[in-house]
Design a protein around this ligand. Sequence first.
Ligand SMILES: NC(=O)c1ccc[n+]([C@@H]2O[C@H](COP(=O)([O-])OP(=O)(O)OC[C@H]3O[C@@H](n4cnc5c(N)ncnc54)[C@H](OP(=O)(O)O)[C@@H]3O)[C@@H](O)[C@H]2O)c1
Length: 253
Amino acid sequence: MAGRVAGRVALVTGASSGLGKRFAQVLAAEGAKVVVAARRKDRLDALVAELGADKALAVECDVTDEAAVVAMFDAAEAKFGVVDTVINNAGMTHEKNALTQDIAEFRKILDLNVTSVWCVAREAARRLIKAGADVSARGRIVNIASMAGRIIIPNVSAYNASKAACSHLTRSLAREWARYGINVNGLSPGYVETELTADWLHSEGGKKYMQKFPRRRMMDETSLDEALLFLCADASKFVTGSDVMVDDAQSMG
Ligand SMILES: NC(=O)c1ccc[n+]([C@@H]2O[C@H](COP(=O)([O-])OP(=O)(O)OC[C@H]3O[C@@H](n4cnc5c(N)ncnc54)[C@H](OP(=O)(O)O)[C@@H]3O)[C@@H](O)[C@H]2O)c1
């Protein structure tokens, strides 16, 4: 049986670790050709070796660099054709409260979590539209936001603000590109144990925080698989401008 995303060319940013790596594995297992991007090329190469060089391509890219984003799409297109599925996953958080944070760090977080999401989505949409209506109608852009875009996680105001902006950007782009058939949706996870969160989750503060979750359990990297596949597959043809929250009720704690 063909996979749920067979025939698609998917690009996953921030695929060198955590959720992005998992998203690439899930999309490849369901039949997509996958372009994996991040700054740590050695990790991407290892992922491509696992997925198969005929099915995956590693591209070193700092997504805050506009020229590098264009070059990433050029490389993807040269190997597999027009990218019709984008997982805008690269992101970062921080640990400083607003009083101790400097403006450079605040800007860095907004640059990666919002501006680069816009830049990658824009490049994808430009190419999809140029390729014509048959191609753009397959367009799927999934922006990885966070429950932090809807609730306040203490002491990470830049992160909270960036993820709220990411979600509103998602809806704005969905509206703008609706006429081309391109679907733009958000996927907002609660806490999932990854490199980004592991240290904190295992700290005393993290364990105490987890006790507030209604289900008092942690999600793992597989928890988002089905939501991701739905948003990338033909099944979500009529879904655009949505934000799918996968948080195991954490935000209601
Ligand atoms: N884990 C959670 O609990 C959780 C919850 C809600 C939302 N999220 C969101 O999910 C996404 C992935 O998080 P994660 O937990 O998997 O974190 P992670 O393991 O730290 O992964 C972050 C990824 O982003 C990449 N990245 C960082 N800066 C980049 C840049 N300038 N250019 C290109 N790639 C860059 C990193 O790769 P390189 O360093 O190799 O570039 C890495 O692959 C983020 O957007 C995060 O906000 C995570």
